[in-house]
Design a protein around this ligand. Structure first.
Ligand SMILES: Cc1cc2nc3c(=O)[nH]c(=O)nc-3n(C[C@H](O)[C@H](O)[C@H](O)COP(=O)(O)OP(=O)(O)OC[C@H]3O[C@@H](n4cnc5c(N)ncnc54)[C@H](O)[C@@H]3O)c2cc1C
Length: 456
């Protein structure tokens, strides 16, 4: 019997495994790689990226993990608030004045100013609610954040907006994978807080690409990880847990004292056969939207308009945001290096519109939009690849706060971990992986002490 079986080799599962590595553990991952929604590949000094790209900084669980694994992260360099709208590229200047610099009706401009002022005031309130208090456990803060304006949608809060005003708000909010009509007002405001406060939120790039972190952990854990291992059944018993999985056509059964389920909520609910009815019900309430993303590698040799910009909001396009991943590499050199690396991503309804299309179709749609932003872009592309994430992210909807206590309570010998247990994406994944590991470390230590005392 194993001490612990961890199901899922995304950041949540790997963080838990990292903390439990001195016990007899086994991590089962259904894909032929670890990382889950963290996915990048090296290309010379650059990397192509399809999943999480910005990570939490100082004082976070992410920072703790990066340091203990020995992986370097640097603050995201460059501008975060560039925008392309109605044929115009805005690279700098005050965001509040953007509506006056792009063609749009006066009705849209006035609505934007009104809604913008309302959101700004709410962002200040959110900042107070989200502040980490001294000696406060992260779960107390998380519940407070989930409960913030959790009784209405973001659209209820702003009111219906004219087309151009709506188009400016939508790409920021829908990065959560929910549309403004679906996500809670508090969650939408939290997104603006994250963007307007570069210091606090997700603000670090992992050098070499995000998979540097997940692959380094996997290399160290070696035979404690099994890839291509599809878990089909988890059954909790009084004294142990049974896990059934398949590698190719071969079926395996393994038992463990404890199990960490680090899979997205619908998978956790599907594979675990005897969850408590309350937890099963709560897992069914978690709502996800899709993400489709693509990575592009270019080979230009001269300076470009995107130099020193990290993120472009792209309202009314097939993607909500364009990320210039290589900006952190360019920032490290005095001379302009050849080439760049980009990521487009399409969450929520933009993702739904693309997810059933072929890779060639998706790339053509993306390249048409990119060509409109940067004429001549298509001819610079040397490599492009798409990835689809049906469970892109779990979004916070009105009422979501009510299931938090149930979701974060262990169920007998089962512990849950994953980004859907909070609002900080990779940071939540790592934090919940650490928490599950801490609980199990404590229980295993207690059991071992009892055994030793019985021998004496
Ligand atoms: C396009 C995109 C951009 C993003 N950008 C950011 C960002 O910039 N910053 C940020 O913080 N977050 C971002 N996120 C979210 C972030 O990637 C996730 O929050 C985080 O990676 C989730 O980690 P996880 O371990 O909870 O889940 P996952 O990464 O989904 O891991 C779950 C693992 O379980 C495995 N699995 C599933 N079923 C089984 C089974 N039956 N048996 C065994 N294994 C199984 C999966 O293959 C997967 O590896 C982004 C996500 C996407 C898709």
């Amino acid at each position: 019997m194993k001490d612990v079986i961890i199901i899922g080799g995304g950041l949540a599962g790997l963080s838990a495994a990292w903390r439990l590595k001195n016990h007899d553990i086994l991590l089962l991952e259904s894909e032929n790689r670890v990382g889950g929604r963290v996915m990048s590949e090296r290309r010379g000094n650059y990397w192509m990226n399809w999943g999480g790209h910005v990570y939490a900084g100082k004082g976070s669980a992410t920072d703790e993990l990066l340091k203990s694994v020995g992986v370097k992260a640097l603050p995201v360099p460059g501008k975060l608030s560039a925008m392309h709208l109605n044929g115009k590229l805005l690279l700098n200047g005050r965001v509040e004045l953007y509506p006056f610099r792009v063609p749009m009706s006066w009705k849209s401009r006035l609505s934007l100013l009104k809604a913008g002022a309302k959101v700004r005031a709410a962002v200040i309130k959110y900042g107070k609610v989200a502040k980490q208090l001294e000696h406060e456990d992260y779960s107390v803060r998380q519940q407070r954040i989930l409960d913030f304006m959790n009784n209405k949608t973001f659209t209820d809060f702003t009111g219906a907006l004219p087309v151009d005003a709506d188009a400016i708000f939508r790409p920021t909010v829908s990065r959560s994978t929910g549309e403004p009509e679906q996500i809670s007002a508090g969650a939408g405001i939290g997104y603006f807080h994250m963007i307007w406060n570069k210091e606090g939120g997700l603000s670090q790039n992992i050098m070499g690409g995000p998979s540097t972190l997940t692959n380094t952990i996997a290399c160290r854990l070696k035979e404690q990880i099994k890839l291509n291992a599809q878990v089909s059944e988890v059954i909790k018993n009084n004294d142990f847990v049974t896990v059934r999985y398949k590698i190719g056509d071969t079926e395996y059964t393994e038992t463990a004292k404890y199990v960490i389920l680090a899979t997205p909520a619908p998978i956790t609910q599907k594979i675990t056969k005897n969850l408590s009815p309350k937890l099963e019900h709560a897992l069914k309430q978690v709502k996800y939207g899709p993400h489709v993303s693509a990575s592009f590698l270019t080979n230009e040799t001269s300076e470009q308009v995107w130099d020193d910009v990290y993120a472009f909001a792209t309202p009314k396009k097939s993607f909500d945001i364009l990320i210039h991943n290589s900006n952190v590499v360019h920032a490290m050199h005095n001379k302009r290096e050849q080439g760049s690396s980009f990521m487009t991503f399409s969450p929520a309804n933009r993702g739904k519109a693309l997810i059933d299309k072929s890779e060639a179709e998706i790339l053509e749609i993306y390249l048409t939009d990119l060509e409109e932003m940067f004429p001549g872009f298509r001819n610079l592309v040397v490599e492009a690849k798409v990835n689809k994430f049906p469970y892109g992210s779990a979004y916070v909807y009105p009422g979501r706060g009510q299931i938090q206590a149930t979701l974060t309570e262990p169920d007998g010998r089962l512990f849950l971990a994953g980004d859907y247990l909070g609002t900080f994406y990779t940071e939540t994944a790592i934090q919940t992986g650490f928490t599950a590991a801490q609980n199990i470390n404590s229980l295993l230590g207690f059991n071992k002490m009892e055994e030793m005392q019985n021998i004496l």
